[in-house]
Design a protein around this ligand. Structure first.
Ligand code: DHB
Length: 311
């Protein structure tokens, strides 16, 4: 009997696969569709203090090898998502969920997190330190000093299970520096990776999306090697109490298998979910189970992090 069950902190999930923030998670209806699919959980669209319309359309495009987006954090406001996950948590046999959040400034982030702290929400929070698409707002987690400052303040009042969504890093020294900061805090998880920020896709003689003259976050096939590198780099560097969620370039059971092999405890699907819809979770779960059966693995623990190196 193979099982793709997993845990993050004290939370159990019947399946390690779920959506990535930003895809299929804007409304209750979309979140309910993920909840009722074969996915083990969902994460909400990143909620901000106030509702946001986001950037002008077209702002998302599928490409041959993945996707490019510059959504600009459109969302219905964090309270909409907080209300929904709190409603679900009271239902018998509810799955566990992730509430994604960030403010448009550190002050707003603290206002939101203090409100969540004061609420009856008992689930996980994913603090998004890596949106690449809001004009004039850099990806927070590329600024180590600000990131350290935000986390230090957050953990002075926030006692619920919290993890962070990270942008991809591209330098070994940055892995070392980032990990040294994250290891100072009681994080439940880090999620590697968000889209590769500010790529440009050209078709004929024109860009594909309207905001920022076509610059946008890249997802899909392009980013799997970067995602696996980030998952494994942080798996090797972080305290064992900080688990890894793997996100980036997952469209087959083999891709999910590789993320787990690199150290992921849970695997999120963005671009491919956007292309295929929530039935993708059934297909990829089946493909992952087939690989596990073939290799004689019964649970994720049998191979998580057990990546082989060349002698
Ligand atoms: C948005 C896009 C992202 O790739 C992300 O990680 C967070 C937010 C957005 O533009 O809404």
């Amino acid at each position: 009997m193979v099982s793709t069950r997993t845990t993050i902190g004290s939370f159990q999930f019947d399946n390690c696969l779920m959506n990535a923030a930003g895809v299929y998670c804007m409304t209750r209806e979309e979140l309910a569709a993920i909840d009722q699919s074969a996915a083990g959980s969902f994460v909400t669209k990143t909620g901000t203090l106030k509702e946001r319309p986001g950037n002008p359309e077209p702002r998302y495009a599928d490409t041959a090898l993945g996707s490019i987006n510059s959504m600009g954090l459109p969302n219905l406001g964090y309270h909409y998502y907080l209300d929904y996950v709190m409603e679900l948590q009271d239902r018998p046999k509810s799955k566990n969920h992730f509430l994604s959040l960030v403010g448009m400034s550190p002050e707003e982030t603290h206002t939101i997190l203090k409100s969540v702290e004061a609420s009856d929400y008992k689930g996980l929070v994913e603090l998004n330190l890596s949106c690449p698409n809001v004009p004039g707002k850099p990806q927070i987690a590329y600024d180590f000093e600000t990131t350290d400052q935000i986390l230090s303040e957050v953990f002075s009042y926030f006692t619920k299970p919290l993890g962070i969504k990270l942008p991809p890093y591209f330098d070994i020294v940055h892995f070392d520096q980032a990990a040294a900061i994250f290891n100072k805090y009681p994080l439940a998880f880090v999620n590697c990776v968000n889209s590769i920020g500010n790529g440009l896709v050209v078709e004929d003689e024109t860009v594909l999306i309207k905001p920022k003259n076509g610059f946008g976050g890249i997802g899909g096939d392009y980013i799997k090697p970067t995602a696996l590198a980030n998952v494994h780099a942080f798996y090797k560097r972080l305290n064992p109490s900080i688990q890894i969620i793997g996100t980036g370039g997952v469209k087959t059971g083999r891709d999910a298998f590789e993320h787990i092999l690199c150290g992921a405890s849970m695997v999120q699907i963005g671009t491919a979910l956007h292309q295929e819809g929530p039935q993708i979770f059934e297909r990829i779960t089946k493909e992952l189970e087939e690989i596990m059966t073939e290799k004689g693995y019964e649970s994720l623990e049998d191979f998580r992090g057990k990546l082989n190196y060349k002698a």
